[in-house]
Ligand binder design. Structure first.
Ligand code: E4P
Length: 224
C-alpha cells in the first residue's frame, strides 16, 4: 500500500520524505490556506521535493474552467495529478483531461456509485472521504470495501486513495481491504511511528548500558 501525505506543510513533507515514507502528496485549498506564503509557490516547491504523484486541486466548478486550470496545474511538473471534484462537469473534465494524458484524482467521493462513475470516466485515482462519512454516522470504511471489490470485479485501471483519514486504525482497515493508497495527515503518520513500549524499551536499554559502561555513548572504534 502506498502512503501519501495529506499536507501542504513543507516542513512536514521534507521530514517524512527524508524517512522514505512519502510515495506522494495530496493537497486541497483548505490545507494550502493553513500555510504562510503564496499557494502557487508552495505547490511548485512540493512538486520539486517529492518525486511521486502530487494532487493539486482545481478551484473552478465548470467544465471549461476545470480544463484551463487542469492544464495549467499539470505544467507544474510531470508528477502532477489534477484533483477534480465529483460533479457532472468534473466527470466530463476527467475524460477530457485523460484524452490529453493528464492524470486526475476525483475528490469528495462519498459513495461506491460515485467511485464507479469516476473510474469509468477515466480517473487515475478516486478519493473516498472516510472521516467525513464517519462524522455523520455512516461507516466510511464500508464504502472503501465496496469500491475495492467493484474495481477488482471489472479490473478498472483506477487506484483507491483513501482520504479524510483521522487515526491509525483507519490505515489498518484500509490496508486490510486492499486499498491502493492512504493519504495521511502528518499527525496520523507520527502516531503510527510511535509506540509507548518502544519508548519504555529504549529507556531501559540505555539505563542498562549505563550500568555496564563508563562511557555514556558507544565507542566509535571498531573492536579487533
Ligand atoms: C485528501 O485528498 C482530502 O482532501 C483530505 O483527506 C480531506 O480530509 P478532511 O476530511 O480531514 O478535511
Amino acid at each position: 500500500m502506498k502512503i501519501f501525505l495529506d499536507s501542504a506543510n513543507l516542513e512536514s513533507i521534507k521530514k517524512y520524505n527524508d524517512m522514505g515514507l512519502v510515495d506522494g502528496i495530496t493537497t486541497n485549498p483548505t490545507l494550502l490556506s493553513k500555510e504562510k506564503g503564496d499557494p502557487e509557490e508552495i505547490m511548485g516547491e512540493i512538486v520539486r521535493i517529492v518525486k511521486g504523484p502530487i494532487s493539486l486541486e482545481v478551484i473552478s466548478t465548470d467544465f471549461m474552467g476545470m480544463m484551463a486550470e487542469g492544464r495549467r496545474l499539470a505544467k507544474f511538473g510531470k508528477n502532477v495529478v489534477v484533483k477534480i471534484p465529483m460533479t457532472a462537469d468534473g466527470l466530463k473534465a476527467v475524460r477530457a483531461l485523460r484524452d490529453e494524458q493528464i492524470r486526475t484524482n476525483v475528490t469528495l467521493i462519498f459513495s461506491a456509485n460515485q467511485a464507479l462513475l469516476a473510474a469509468k470516466a477515466g480517473a487515475s485515482y478516486v478519493s473516498p472521504f472516510i472521516g467525513r462519512l464517519d462524522d455523520i454516522g455512516e461507516i466510511g470504511m464500508d464504502v472503501v470495501g465496496d469500491i475495492v471489490k467493484i474495481f477488482q470485479n471489472y479490473k478498472f485501471d483506477c487506484q483507491v486513495l483513501v482520504a479524510s483519514i483521522r487515526h491509525p486504525l483507519h490505515v489498518i482497515d484500509a490496508a486490510k481491504l486492499g486499498a491502493d493508497v492512504v493519504t495521511l495527515p502528518p499527525d496520523v503518520l507520527a502516531k503510527m511511528i510511535a509506540h509507548p513500549l518502544t519508548d519504555i524499551g529504549l529507556a531501559r536499554f540505555l539505563d542498562d548500558w549505563k550500568k555496564i559502561s563508563r562511557s555514556p555513548s558507544p565507542k566509535l572504534t571498531v573492536p579487533r
